[in-house]
Design a protein around this ligand. Structure first.
Ligand SMILES: [Zn+2]
Ligand SMILES: [Zn+2]
Length: 177
């Protein structure tokens, strides 16, 4: 959702609160789509300080379906997001310094902000390095691909450690003597 800043920027020290819903139904990251399972509207608080700075504070929560690292089953991961950004104002408009044009590309123009992109940036910063459907997830059988949380398939899943190969050879030679 886009917030129009016209009123906020026209009055020094003006503050305003907005309830903003995240418009997207899924997150597209690299070549994957992650469905959003649950979301609550974000509470945005904006403050124009002396027509020099614009403070943005927002909080919200959502659950995103991310595949489990071991069994690939989609797992609802909860995000608790807190956004704090400061933008600079000049002559009643938001000014983005040259060196920050890439990171602040979410600004549609000097008089509005795109909250979706602001939220999306924060999700990326908070993206988990590991997601498990449960702490003791058994993963997939390397032989048949069965999800072992659903029961055992009976396959021998012993994967020899390559570091053991040398020791096994030694042992064989010893026996042959
Ligand atoms: Zn799992
Ligand atoms: Zn199997």
């Amino acid at each position: 959702m886009i917030i129009d800043l016209a009123e906020l920027l026209s009055r020094r020290n003006f503050t305003a609160d907005f309830t903003v819903s995240f418009d997207r139904e899924s997150l597209h990251i690299i070549s994957e789509d992650y469905p959003i399972r649950k979301k609550k509207p974000f509470e945005f608080h904006l403050a124009n300080e002396e027509n020099r700075r614009l403070y943005i504070h927002a909080e919200g929560e959502m659950q995103v379906a991310i595949p489990c690292d071991r069994c690939l089953r989609k797992t609802n991961f909860p995000f608790s997001l807190v956004i704090d950004r400061t933008l600079y104002l000049s002559e009643g408009a938001v000014v983005i310094p040259e060196e920050e044009r890439d990171t602040f590309a979410f600004l549609a123009d000097g008089h509005s902000i795109d909250c979706d992109i602001l939220v999306f940036d924060e999700i990326l910063v908070n993206w988990p390095t590991k997601v498990l459907c449960r702490n003791d997830c058994k993963g997939l059988c390397p032989v048949c691909g069965r999800n072992l949380n659903d029961g055992d398939c009976g396959h021998d899943r012993f994967v020899p450690d390559p570091r053991m190969a040398g020791i096994q050879d030694l042992f064989k030679n010893f026996k042959e003597v």
